[in-house]
Design a protein around this ligand. Structure first.
Ligand SMILES: [Fe+2]
Length: 397
């Protein structure tokens, strides 16, 4: 088996933010610490006969006022090399493309070309200043916007090309849009205390640590289309209207981060995905049925550290897992350091497992410590099954 890949150091790929998945347990921890306060408020509300929904709104408003008074949102500058990533407006109805540079090949198929990308709300990414210090986003953290080109042929083989764009309306996009102002406080970079307080306030107000940005990839499965960033579930989209149809949970079986680059198994058409978490299970892998209705296999790979694994490989019989020393350490959030660390002395390995295997059936190959984000290709060279089985027997022996 050959897995062709290119390596990079700590630099993130140009289209991808470092994933920090939904920190459910951090949220749970925050809720735990606030429990006495919230319980007292609930008792108070019962005494006063205040409906829970009003109490919740009141707490949100109190916290929101605190953020307004304490945090100043300021435009985050784009460097010249990033200016292509300045946001554009939603244009509403599709518009005709009248200028085409070059020639569209005669045999080019009719259809839709669709992609997504970062397009921050409210005119651009915002940094914050506060008594706690400064915090900011990474430049890739803007909300996902879909861009679609529709190619149809008119009489006389003349091309008719339309362009349309639209935001992916994730849960957090809708929260901020309803607020009509920046709500989430950036918490990826900045002063230690500011990052910590930003994280706590995001969880307390919105229930999640950071925004779901859905800006990395668009993929198809079972004739349905999805927009995705790896820090959340995919959003199903209508590729004609570009409307967001909701989160894809595979009928409730997968409500966690989902790689932006899932892969189809040759022959069966099943979809292999994986999701990383900052707490155990650090990496889970799933196989989705060809019709997209069932999670037919789901397994904890049982890593002993939280890694940033951006992509998996899939061949006819195997999944290829990358375990590299780019890690997320929640303790760093508590002490206010960078959450993500590249450990030069750490180990790196490539794991090969059958599609329906488990942690015990992975064969690991240790390699020089490095960091790989994307896999260009994976394929089998005919004798992998024999080698894989012999090696497993040796391990068991
Ligand atoms: Fe990527």
């Amino acid at each position: 088996m050959a897995a062709c890949s290119y390596t990079c150091q700590v630099n993130y790929c140009c289209s991808q933010k470092p994933v920090i998945p939904k920190f459910k347990d951090l949220g749970a921890s925050v809720s735990f610490n606030l429990k006495p306060f919230l319980t007292n408020l609930e008792h108070f509300s019962l005494l006063m006969d205040v409906p829970k929904v009003i109490l919740k709104e009141t707490i949100f408003k109190l916290l929101d006022n605190f953020v307004d008074l304490t945090f100043e949102f300021v435009d985050q500058p784009l460097s010249p090399s990033q200016s292509n990533f300045a946001p554009v407006e939603e244009i509403g109805e599709a518009v005709r493309v009248t200028i085409v540079q070059g020639k569209i090949p005669d045999d080019f198929p009719e259809g839709v070309y669709i992609r997504n990308g970062s397009n921050p709300l409210f005119g651009g990414l915002k940094s914050t200043k506060s008594i706690f210090g400064k915090s900011s986003h990474l430049w890739v953290e803007g909300e996902g916007m879909l861009h679609a080109l529709y190619f149809t042929k008119e009489k006389g083989n003349k091309w008719n090309i339309l362009y349309k764009n639209k935001y992916v309306e994730t849960d957090t996009f809708n929260m901020e849009k309803n607020l009509k102002k920046p709500g989430f406080i950036p918490n990826i970079e900045g002063d230690s205390l500011a990052v910590l307080v930003a994280s706590l306030l995001n969880v307390m107000r919105f229930g999640v640590l950071h925004k779901y940005i859905s800006n990395t990839n668009v993929f198809e499965h079972s004739k349905k289309y999805y927009s995705i960033a790896e820090n959340h579930m995919p959003q199903e989209i209508n590729i004609q209207t570009l409307e967001t149809l909701g989160n894809w949970t595979v009928n409730g079986a997968w409500s966690q981060p989902f790689t932006a680059h899932p892969k189809k198994i040759p022959d069966t058409g099943e979809l292999v995905t994986m999701g990383i978490n900052p707490l155990k299970p650090y990496l889970q892998l799933g196989v989705i049925s060809t019709d997209g209705k069932q999670m037919v296999h789901k397994v904890d790979v049982k890593l002993n550290r939280c890694i940033i694994c951006h992509e998996i490989g899939v061949t006819k019989r195997y999944n290829v897992i990358l375990d590299f020393p780019l890690t997320i350490d929640l303790n760093r959030l508590i002490i206010g350091e960078q959450l993500i660390k590249y450990d030069k002395d750490g180990y790196a390995r490539i794991g090969i497992m059958p599609h329906y295997g488990d942690a015990n059936s992975i064969k690991w190959f240790e390699i020089e410590p490095c960091c790989v984000f994307h896999i260009i290709n994976c394929f089998e060279d005919n004798d992998e099954q024999r080698i894989y089985q012999e090696d497993l027997l040796n391990l068991e022996g």
